[in-house]
Ligand binder design. Structure first.
Ligand SMILES: *[C@@H]1O[C@H](CO)[C@@H](O)[C@H](O)[C@H]1NC(C)=O
Length: 846
């Protein structure tokens, strides 16, 4: 009854507060009493986010500040700080969503929102620390309600000083009148200790493999429950595209009791547990995800990208406050045999009506899925550092590589003058023409011309255009004899005028005008345009100022692609981690494409007619989670449509990407010295969870998986492993006070990331390199996860790339992994591209 009264009170206040000119009587709010906001007058919300509800209670009105989303499937985020420093309990949620435009809303708790803006595009991220899901609302799904007496702990040491609201605006045709939206959620909080504390039990599969074409694949998870009783009241399922149905059960004395069963293709909200289920010591919790491998041409593994799968079953529960645990996980299957008795319903997919689908509104995206062509022999070509790729008019792949030269710390002095002329030009052929089907070398050229090859492109007539960062020059090589027809820049002289470049990176040639665009470069920050015969026309671009990079500023313009259909030139602005596009005729800035998933570096771009843009990013920095991978984007919207990584070998420093109209994609890697071929599998599919918020959130979950897997193949218990194990244990429920007070999802991520990182560092210091060679099945999965670079494990090349490496002495092993050396190196020119860790003595390649 009291709860009902409170709820009514909230509603009353929400709608009347403005008129009443409410003054906050509570001293705890003094500091915040001036917190007003300017909601659009069109919105129904009040203009004070904090509303006192008596001595101990208050309402928090978390609303979009009057937004007008411009395109469908826009995800907007906003944050609100908890107005008190001490702990409080969320005891009720009230959605305030306009049903005609809002597709779903998620509310997270965290300490550091990704932006300080009024509101932001959620592609920039939700939180920079871990974010805990508190609440989910989806159209067509029942709202999450907390049972009476149950509260989520927030504030204090719980890791949730801020609330971040994510609103997915689906169909925006209702915004044609440019009205403003203030959708959100009103929370009822109290300082009064609650007798019951809410928490989250996460069940997830870590080792499921879905063979291509396999009709039905089950992922089963089961754990014994050995804690104080908990009462389940809501559940949420999560898979990516291949999931058909997910079901969770309590198993007691051989009896299966349903907790919840749902299609992961429906809105992934928390659904109420229909018939209350309690769990006591000795019960087993069991969950099954049913997948299909149909439509895939390669194995699908558990992982964080949209082309991987996940199998998660989240259970919201409450416990008595004195025993409460806020977070528990189950990633095992303690009794596979048991699943022979799983109720038949768990195997029956739930039909999904198209208007209920999670991400799309009845209209389907035609979906191209990019996968490695695993029988293409090109990955075995003997190459030096692969710096540039292009397709010739016959659609043959052309590779520009560095033979036995490498770019390292000794290559240049501090004024960018090349120091290794004594080596002479590369004696091998640096340009190879490759048959796209069987990877045979059809032709080779470009010996005794170059010192440090970088960019390659091919004009419509078949001329090769290349850059050499040591020579600071751009070359046009003729179709027939491949002799230089045009040379721009002065040999070995860095500079930044009309006749000099400074480590130019790439060239693009306009098919209509014949104008030549040069991205210049590592030590300049400009795009220079020349007429077809090499006369300077214009230039634009400047160095990036301190703070946020502005339009037209560069930090290593690294790769170019022309977008003839739109009259634009797009630039991979490498160290700013973004793509910038300009009107190719005028150099006028048109747009920026930047996603949280890019991480900090974006190496290369390639456009194909039909509106698709491909890109590759850089290795994650320590602590970052965005994996190194390839991206396929819709050029018009900038939206990421797919991500891809190879199956064979790993991306180390993917340096160039090129795609053909049939969506065949090639990626060249300067460290792995490899070229991969990817092809597209086209099919109609519903895109499930792909958006930054949810994706990032759930990628973080993987860190848990990695850590667990890393603990598994322990043969000899080393002290390092112990330390790690210990940290994981600490993070598990019931031990750490901080965690007890933490809310829902994945509170151990931060600890684990540190632990994983520490362990990785140690592994490097002690010279063990087993991470990459585990043969056990869990090792293989680990490998895949590492391949995606999710978490701190996949940083080898980042550090390697920052360690000095003398080409003449391959004996620097003793210093590998030393902190001092890394720190010294970090000092000056960290933006350069260095070589890989010392290879075995380089024999001549190809
Ligand atoms: C890009 O998005 C727009 C708007 O949703 C759509 O009309 C277009 O077909 C998409 N392009 C591709 C290549 O998918």
């Amino acid at each position: 009854m009291a709860g009902l009264i409170n709820n009514l009170l909230i509603l009353l206040l929400v709608f009347q507060n403005t008129c009443l000119g409410f003054k906050n009587p509570l001293s705890v709010f003094k500091r915040y009493k001036d917190t007003t906001r300017s909601l659009s007058s069109e919105c129904l919300g009040n203009n004070r986010p904090v509303i006192s509800l008596g001595l101990t209670d208050f309402a928090l009105d978390i609303r979009m500040p009057g937004v007008t989303p411009k395109q469908s499937d826009t995800y907007l985020c906003m944050s609100l700080r908890l107005p008190v420093d001490e702990e409080a309990y969320v005891v009720d949620f009230r959605p305030q969503a306009s049903m005609d435009t809002v597709h779903h809303m998620l509310l997270f708790g965290c300490n550091v929102p990704s932006s300080t803006e009024n509101y932001w595009d959620c592609d920039e991220g939700i939180c920079t620390d871990k974010s805990n899901i508190l609440y989910a609302w989806a159209r067509n799904a029942p709202p999450t309600r907390l049972p009476k007496g149950v509260g989520f702990k927030v504030g204090g040491e719980t890791g949730s000083k801020y609330f971040v609201l994510q609103v997915h605006y689906g169909d925006v045709s209702a915004f044609r009148d440019k009205h403003k939206d203030c959708s959100g959620v009103t929370l009822h909080l109290t300082h009064q200790r609650q007798p019951l504390i809410a928490g989250m039990y996460l069940m997830m599969s870590v080792n499921t493999v879905i063979p291509p074409g396999e009709k039905v694949v089950d992922a089963d998870i089961a754990c014994h429950y050995q804690k104080y009783p908990m009462h389940l009241f809501a559940y949420r399922v999560h898979t990516h595209r291949l999931g058909k149905v997910v079901s969770g059960y309590r198993v007691r004395n051989g009896q299966w009791t349903l907790i919840g069963r749902q299609s992961p293709q429906l809105p992934q909200a928390f659904y109420p547990v229909e018939h209350p289920v309690d769990i006591s010591f000795g019960d087993t919790l069991a969950a099954r995800c049913v997948f299909t491998g149909e439509g895939r041409t390669t194995e699908t593994h558990i992982g964080g990208t949209a082309s991987d799968e996940m199998c998660n079953f989240y259970i919201m529960y409450y416990m008595e406050a004195k025993h409460a645990v806020s977070y528990m996980t189950c990633t095992q299957n303690i009794n596979p045999d048991m699943f022979r008795n799983i109720p038949q319903e768990a195997n029956i997919p739930i039909p999904v009506k198209s208007d209920m689908i999670m991400m799309t509104h009845g209209h389907h995206h035609e979906d191209f899925h990019i996968e490695e062509a695993v029988d293409w022999p090109g990955v075995n070509l003997k190459l030096g550092q692969v710096s540039g790729l292009a397709l010739d008019p016959k659609n043959n792949l052309v590779i520009f590589h560095r033979g036995d030269h490498v770019w390292d710390r000794n290559s240049f002095d501090s004024s960018f003058v090349y120091q290794q002329r004594g080596l002479g030009p590369i004696e091998q052929n640096t340009i190879l023409v490759i048959d796209p089907s069987n990877a045979e070398v059809l032709d080779s050229t470009g010996k005794n011309l170059f010192y440090l090859p970088h960019g390659l492109s091919i004009d419509k007539d078949g001329n090769y255009w290349v850059t050499d960062v040591a020579l600071h020059q751009v070359f046009k090589l003729g179709v027939h004899d491949k002799e230089p027809l045009l040379i721009l820049g002065r040999s070995l002289q860095p500079g930044s005028d009309k006749n000099h470049f400074c480590q130019p990176t790439d060239v693009a040639v306009d098919p209509v005008t014949g104008n030549i665009y040069v991205s210049d470069g590592y030590c300049n920050s400009r795009i220079v345009v020349f007429s077809p015969n090499g006369m300077f026309i214009m230039q634009w671009g400047e160095e990036t100022s301190v703070g946020k990079a502005k339009p037209g500023q560069f930090r290593i313009p690294h790769s170019l692609t022309l977008v003839p259909e739109f009259g634009q030139l797009c630039v991979a602005d490498r160290e700013n981690g973004r793509i910038q596009c300009f009107r190719s005729e005028t150099g006028e800035f048109t747009r920026e494409i930047k996603h949280k998933l890019f991480g900090r570096e974006l190496f290369a771009v390639s456009y194909i007619p039909g509106g698709l843009l491909f890109a590759v990013n850089g290795m994650p920095y320590p602590g970052d989670i965005e994996p190194v991978q390839g991206f396929m984007m819709n050029f018009s919207t900038g939206e990421i449509m797919d991500t891809f990584i190879p199956v064979r070998k790993n991306f180390e420093m993917p340096h160039d990407v090129v795609a053909s109209e049939d969506k065949t994609v090639y990626v060249g890697d300067v460290h792995a010295k490899t070229v991969w071929k990817f092809t597209s599998t086209e099919k109609m599919e519903h895109r499930s969870v792909k958006k930054a918020g949810i994706e990032v959130q759930e990628i973080k979950a993987e860190t848990v998986i990695e850590a667990k897997l890393k603990n598994k193949p322990v043969s000899t218990e080393s002290p390092k492993k112990w330390e790690k194990h210990h940290m994981v244990e600490q993070a598990s429920p019931g031990i750490s006070f901080v965690l007890i007070t933490t809310l829902l999802i994945i509170p151990i991520v931060v600890l684990l990331a540190i632990a994983v990182f520490i362990r990785w560092r140690k592994t490097r210091v002690y010279g063990a390199d087993a991470d990459h060679k585990l043969e056990s099945s869990s090792g293989r999965i680990l490998g895949r996860l590492q391949g995606k670079g999710s978490g701190g494990l996949n940083l080898g090349n980042f550090f390697a790339s920052h360690k000095s490496y003398s080409r003449k002495g391959f004996d620097r092993l003793s210093t590998e992994g030393s902190d001092q050396e890394k720190d010294e190196d970090d000092g000056t020119d960290s933006e350069e591209e260095y070589s890989a860790p010392p290879p075995p003595p380089v024999s001549s390649s190809s």
